[in-house]
Design a protein around this ligand. Structure first.
Ligand SMILES: *Cc1c(COP(=O)(O)O)cnc(C)c1O
Length: 244
């Protein structure tokens, strides 16, 4: 497929996703401007990310540092003036903090204080080296399924993690993120998440973001207060069986 065809395809799927977000907002009595759209470009080439920026999508997300670091550079070469904010949404080892602090505006998958501290140090070093200008925005990833393999902080431990992150230099605590449990109705999980987000806002007024909802469940997430949907498949197409 050539670039013009791909652009048309992406424009159509983007219009559909924006329409879904808009209708979900109306159904929930919310303003569409309250929900931002992150395009999850994992497994797709830099050329697709560049086309999305041409279509007005400047909030992009990746889930693996190995793939993202190079892609971020490629997209910067393709569209130097696009003003993209890159988000890290996948599981993250502490030894990747240094690399991620160079390309991410926001990390949505912080689930331990040790990781947060590594990111804070890395963001400070990147700032000293002139590689970033802003503190690193951070969302705490909440576990909604008791499955440690999928990452996330248990809801009971969130208060403590939030306190620690709020005290860590070069990080800015902005809210919560979660992935709905597999194979069940996401609504009760999103209810628990919404309650946790409300609690967090009581103690941390700037922690207003709630990142929830993907291609399959964005309506349910918006109905329960999501301020950020992370959409891959519905925008870019299927990733195949072997991909993450
Ligand atoms: C891949 C991914 C998404 C996007 O999932 P789709 O179902 O393709 O929309 C969202 N969030 C995270 C954390 C992901 O890894």
């Amino acid at each position: 497929m050539d670039l013009a065809e791909r652009r048309t395809e992406l424009a159509e799927s983007l219009a559909e996703v924006r329409d879904r977000v808009g209708r979900a907002c109306v159904a929930a009595g919310r303003a569409p401007g309250e929900v931002r759209l992150l395009a999850v470009t994992k497994t797709f080439p830099a050329a697709d990310a560049a086309l999305l920026t041409d279509l007005g999508v400047t909030e992009l997300a990746e889930n693996r540092d190995q793939e993202a670091a190079g892609k971020v550079r490629e997209v910067a070469d393709l569209r130097p003036a696009a003003g993209i904010r890159w988000h890290m949404v996948g599981r993250l080892q502490r030894n990747k903090a240094r690399s991620v602090a160079r390309w991410a505006a926001e990390v949505q998958s912080v689930d331990s204080l040790r990781l947060a501290e590594a990111l804070g140090r890395a963001a400070g070093n990147a700032r000293d080296a002139g590689e970033r200008q802003q503190p690193l925005d951070v969302l705490l990833q909440v576990s909604l399924d008791e499955d440690p393999a999928r990452g996330g902080c248990p809801i009971e431990e969130l208060d403590e993690l939030a306190e620690g992150v709020a005290r860590t230099g070069d990080l800015r605590l902005r809210g919560l993120m979660a992935v709905a449990p597999l194979g069940v109705d996401p609504r009760s999980a999103f209810d628990r998440l919404a309650a946790a987000a409300e609690r967090l806002r009581r103690d941390h007024q700037e922690a207003t973001e709630l990142s929830a909802g993907m291609s399959g469940d964005l309506e349910a997430a918006i109905a329960r207060g999501s301020t950020c949907v992370r959409v891959g498949t519905a925008l870019l197409g299927g990733r195949g069986l072997a991909s993450p």
